[in-house]
Design a protein around this ligand. Structure first.
Ligand code: NAG
Ligand code: NAG
Ligand code: NAG
Ligand code: NAG
Ligand code: NAG
Ligand code: NAG
Ligand code: NAG
Ligand code: NAG
Length: 264
């Protein structure tokens, strides 16, 4: 009697351990596209009964363990979206989704039919990998008005749910944010050529970021000035070469005439 009672208590404790105090509690995961995520049942060893995993969006059965029938398998889902992406742990019933894509975002439910029936839900959010911001410099803008400033455009294509910001050191200079739709973004910046501060353009979503640094010394050459000097120096060099060549030719011509004259 006492043993039976103890067993009952342990059983209860085990279940509480497995599914937490609140049955409606949902564990949330934020995963980057291409990464893997493991949804833990919390069971240390599934001795008997049955365990199922469902993808709640289309209520499809995607994994199953049944000890009585010695069943142990994962399914591809009705549209095949889980093909080669599921790993099921035979001991714990934990499910791993590998190389995750946006189509795998959603709610997953584990159900255990053992001594007691119980279930656990997981919400998986998938974030796209962020592109590295690209800096665009305006070469068509070599006018006198922009002689002292360098104009830079920081740009990213096809992004959603991100912020794009210019940082001066560690402080934000400007920032724009977009929600879910997939669009291209760009954010301008004007800096002086002599500026010694460090500037960087950062794209971020809730779980990651990508940074591109602006190197004023190499990226920002005062274009009008350098164009002028290039033309000036080229002209000067070509000019002197031509002069030297002309002098030589005149000399040769004169010598030749002298020789011809003496010879005849
Ligand atoms: C899973 O584990 C059970 C016992 O724990 C074993 O009988 C069965 O062969 C295992 N199945 C697989 C596919 O490893
Ligand atoms: C769990 O199972 C025991 C008997 O094994 C039963 O008395 C109890 O009511 C069940 N609990 C739930 C929540 O179903
Ligand atoms: C370049 O200059 C043109 C004309 O002044 C302007 O429309 C464009 O936005 C500029 N682009 C950048 C990257 O500053
Ligand atoms: C934009 O991104 C979506 C998903 O993030 C992708 O399906 C689409 O092919 C991308 N388009 C381009 C032009 O890269
Ligand atoms: C980007 O990061 C900032 C904090 O660094 C945060 O406030 C913002 O919400 C993030 N953007 C997105 C789209 O999650
Ligand atoms: C140069 O950039 C500064 C900001 O860095 C801006 O206030 C100023 O108007 C710009 N000057 C010109 C000529 O574009
Ligand atoms: C940048 O640094 C140099 C020497 O390190 C200094 O001469 C110059 O004044 C600085 N420029 C600015 C805008 O602070
Ligand atoms: C970018 O992410 C790293 C961690 O991955 C974090 O340390 C850093 O503060 C983030 N930078 C910004 C500007 O949000």
């Amino acid at each position: 009697m006492f043993n039976a009672f103890l067993l009952f208590c342990l059983c209860r404790l085990h279940l509480i351990g497995v599914f937490g105090s609140s049955r409606n509690e949902m564990q949330s995961f934020s995963v980057m596209e291409g990464d893997s995520v493991t949804l833990h049942t919390g069971v240390t060893e599934l001795h008997k009964g049955e365990l199922t995993w469902h993808f709640v969006a289309d209520n499809s059965l995607i994994a199953l363990i049944n000890r009585a029938y010695q069943a142990f398998s994962t399914m591809d889902g009705p549209d095949g979206r889980f093909r080669d992406r599921l790993k099921l742990d035979n001991n714990t019933g934990s499910l791993t989704i590998i190389n995750i894509r946006s189509e795998h975002a959603g709610v997953y439910e584990a159900q255990i039919f053992s001594d007691n029936t119980s279930s656990k839900r997981f919400k998986v959010t998938v974030y796209a990998r962020l592109p590295v911001p690209v800096l665009i410099f305006n070469s068509s803008q070599c006018s006198s008005s922009s002689q002292y400033n360098c104009s830079v455009l920081c740009s990213v294509v096809n992004v959603s749910a991100v912020s794009l910001s210019w940082y001066k050191g560690n402080s934000v200079l400007s920032s724009i944010s977009v929600s879910d739709l997939s669009i291209s973004l760009s954010l301008p910046l004007e800096v002086k050529y002599q500026d010694n501060n460090t500037y960087s353009c950062v794209i971020n979503n809730t779980i990651s970021n990508q940074t591109t640094h602006l190197d004023i010394n190499t990226h920002c050459q005062p274009c009008s000035g350098s164009a002028f000097w290039t033309v000036f120096i080229t002209t000067a060099v070509v000019g002197s070469l031509l002069t030297v060549a002309a002098v030589w030719m005149i000399r040769i011509y004169n010598n030749q005439r002298k020789t011809d004259h003496e010879g005849s």
